[in-house]
Design a protein. Structure first.
Lengths: 282, 469
């Protein structure tokens, strides 16, 4: 059992928890993820590590309430326990040789982007961050990003905060103005990452995307997380859990990944409704 | 008294009943049947059966105890060499091991050794409530990576000798393939849990949720004071065929399908982990895992389940009993067929059609057998122009697995072969000092009992190494 040391509500649909898991805290690097089960019957869900405190032995996770499992997790309070917590999984984000980086985060993906931005800042790279949300209510981690970024652009789809528009607007402006990023790292909804890749392509800037597909074990055993890369016209199957989660954005078959992500869409919607009803009754 | 030429049948659930539930198919011998079957053993002098067993169970001796009605005595004899008798009695391919060597088998059917082993283990579990006692510690610490059959066996053998053993398991439940792979109807999970509990009584620590190679490395285990490490991490990575359409929704690896059903209990009526239930299902492959996947799909409510296998029934590698059970349950064997493409739904007029991207069928080509290949089996060759399609809603790829690279990639000096299997010598020792390995991590996908055999070899070598210190 793993204790919830601290819990903080970041916005109505996004929660941050710090979980006691000393072995994971000692090892986890930005870009890696963990898998947890809330209770004995629960499903395994992957969540990217949003920070660690090795001295205290805690790992920070930030999750959006999207389905039954995250709904149940969100009802756990500080001092309570979750059943299983394993990691760190996946390959850490590559940082070598990158002196000028642009971090593009969307929605709850910003929670994953934040430790990556902090790591580059710590390593002395020039960090430009672009973070986007649907509206002001859903904004998270602005202060944290401001602290570790040389330049920050906050975007909202409805214009209720920061600049009006999506994350590709300032990205294109910067690239057109001649900004020479060594790397663009984008983390967020698949559709957003697809557009970031498209925006960067004319400028020939490398783009790393962070994939978050359906997954069970996280150690390469089930193959459920497989994604297709297209390299020199050849289709290559990779497992996001062991080969990723970071991949070259130009190689990803986004349409296939989006389709696969909807495999259990109906089931998940129903399960979430049932979980909500359960808590309403209680 | 004339010897009964046939093995006593094991009572089973009727096929039409068991095809719709997850309870165990075979119900096991009664005492009466066990006594009758035991009496078929000739107790021959040269004991060829013992040599056919990867862990060399003293077979005629335990059968002798059954004849005397001393079932616990029989259990004790099996326990001398096997840590998991209730498991092996169920999942060993006896027809190609001990029973294939049985003298009686020259003229008649061999003695039902596996069925008797199962009877003895079940009798013990039902009737003997005494707990195992941890022996006095010898002060040496050993770490085991993976709680599958090789790891549990190695742990058990060392614990009985007084070693302080810790088993590290990546998943949330101990048992490895016995819990994530083999279904409830063939190996009830309560039996695996019982075997793990017995190890705990012997003083073994089982640490779940620790991935060696990620959470901790082999080098860190030595820093923590472990004097030897056994790697039994299994053959985790599922193979795919690399044919078009494998990314469609409804295409599973057998590992994923079985893990969802077994470990994550998606077979329950109100599962927390989803799985596709019902419809028509094609399972590609002919091993035990393919049989397990096909029969699981059937029990989850599939209206039709095909096994698509590229060779003929003669080469089909699954255990004979499982194939018979599958046929009785109505699994449709499409032999000498190989998939060339998986077909999916794509509505050109509506990219948002919710059916888009789901499997609709599988295109196969008929095969014929040519000359024998490197494996000694006749090589299947495509018959040009013989393509045909099966309408299915799900395809389960069960064409083998490869060893997991997590440990290799984080352990300096650990050598692996071309296929990723860890290289060991006859003592189970790897290229790293004090690091031993066995099971599927070495051989690639094989059987539970051969993995147990490898765990035993390593335990013996580790004992020789550390007791000499």
């Amino acid at each position: 059992m793993y204790k919830i040391i601290r819990k903080k509500v970041l916005n109505p649909t996004v929660t941050q928890m710090e979980i006691e898991a000393p072995l994971v805290a000692r090892k986890a690097k930005p870009g890696q993820f963990i898998i947890l089960r809330v209770n004995e019957e629960g499903e395994r869900i992957p969540l990217t590590v949003a920070g660690t405190n090795p001295e205290e032995g805690t790992v920070k996770i930030i999750f959006q309430i999207v389905g039954a499992t995250t709904e149940i997790l969100n009802h756990k309070e500080q001092g309570e326990y979750i059943q299983d917590f394993v990691g760190p999984l996946g390959v850490a984000t590559h940082t070598e040789g990158i002196k000028n980086v642009c971090i593009v985060g969307g929605g709850v993906g910003c929670a994953i982007a934040m430790p990556v931005a902090q790591e580059f800042h710590r390593l002395g790279a020039k960090v430009t961050s672009i973070i986007g949300f649907r509206s002001k209510d859903l904004l998270i981690l602005e202060d944290e990003f401001r602290e570790c970024s040389d330049r920050l652009e906050v975007m909202t789809d409805d214009g209720s905060y920061g600049r009006h528009g999506n994350v590709t607007v300032p990205l294109k402006e910067m690239l057109e103005a001649g900004e020479k990023f060594d790397m663009i790292i984008t983390i967020g909804p698949l559709i957003m990452m697809k557009f970031v890749v498209a925006a960067a392509k004319p400028f020939d800037v490398p783009v790393t995307v962070s994939m978050n597909p359906i997954m069970i074990d996280g150690t390469g055993m089930c193959g459920g997380c497989r994604i297709t890369l297209v390299r020199d016209g050849k289709r290559i199957t990779k497992f996001a859990c062991v080969d990723g989660p970071d991949f070259n954005g130009y190689e990803i078959d986004f349409d296939e990944a989006m389709s696969r992500g909807r495999m259990y869409f109906d089931y998940e919607r129903k399960a979430h409704e049932e979980a909500c009803n359960l808590f309403k009754k209680a | 008294m004339a010897i009964d030429p046939k093995k006593h049948e094991m009572p089973t659930q009727a096929p039409e009943v068991r095809a719709h539930n997850f309870q165990e198919v075979a119900l096991g011998y009664t005492e009466e049947i066990a006594l009758a079957e035991a009496s078929r053993c000739l107790n021959c002098k040269n004991q060829p059966c013992v040599g056919g067993c990867p862990v060399n169970i003293h077979i005629p001796e335990f059968i002798g105890r059954i004849k005397e009605g001393d079932f616990e005595g029989a259990y004790q004899i099996i326990s001398q060499t096997s840590s998991l008798p209730a498991v092996c009695g169920r999942v060993c391919p006896q027809e190609s091991q001990c029973e294939s060597k049985c003298t009686l088998g020259i003229r008649f059917e061999p003695v039902g050794i596996g069925r008797l082993e199962r009877f003895v283990a079940d009798w013990h579990n039902a009737n003997v409530k005494e707990k195992a006692v941890a022996p006095e510690s010898n002060g040496h610490k050993v770490a085991i990576v993976g709680s599958g059959p090789s790891g549990l066996t190695c742990a058990g053998d060392l614990a009985k000798k007084g070693y302080k053993v810790t088993v590290y398991e990546a998943l949330h439940t101990a048992g490895g393939v016995l819990v994530y792979g083999i279904p409830e109807f063939r190996l009830p999970k309560s039996i695996v849990a019982k075997e793990v509990d017995t190890l705990k009584e012997l003083g073994v620590d089982v640490e779940t949720n620790v991935i060696i190679g990620k959470t901790l490395t082999i080098d860190e285990l030595f820093e923590m004071g472990y004097e030897a490490v056994f790697v039994g991490s299994g053959a985790g990575l599922p193979n795919f065929m690399n044919i078009p359409g494998e990314a469609y929704k409804g295409v599973y690896s057998a590992n994923e399908f079985l893990t969802r059903s077994n470990l994550m209990k998606a077979y329950l009526d109100d599962p927390k982990t989803p799985i596709m239930k019902g419809g028509k299902v094609a399972v590609v492959g002919g091993g035990n895992v393919a049989m397990d996947a096909a029969r699981t799909a059937l029990r989850l409510g599939a209206e039709k389940v095909y096994i698509v296998y590229r060779r003929s029934m003669e080469e089909l590698p699954a255990r004979k009993e499982e194939v018979e059970h599958a046929e009785e349950e109505g699994i449709d064997f499409r032999l000498l067929c190989n998939p060339v493409e998986i077909l999916g739904y794509n509505n050109p007029d509506n990219p948002r059609d919710p059916k888009n991207g789901f499997v609709t069928g599988i295109r196969c080509i008929k095969m014929e057998l040519g000359e024998p290949d490197a494996s000694g089996r006749r090589r299947p060759v495509e018959i040009p122009g013989s393509e045909f399609e099966l309408d299915v809603d799900a395809v389960i790829m069960s064409i083998g697995t490869s060893p997991n690279p997590l440990i290799k990639s984080t352990t300096k000096g650990l050598e692996v072969n071309r296929r990723g299997g860890i290289i060991i010598n006859e003592d189970g020792l790897t290229s790293r000092e004090n690091v031993y390995a066995g099971g599927d991590a070495v051989t690639g996908a094989a059987t539970v009992i051969s993995a147990m055999g490898a765990g035993k070899v390593a335990a013996k070598s580790i004992d020789a190494l550390l007791s000499a210190k």
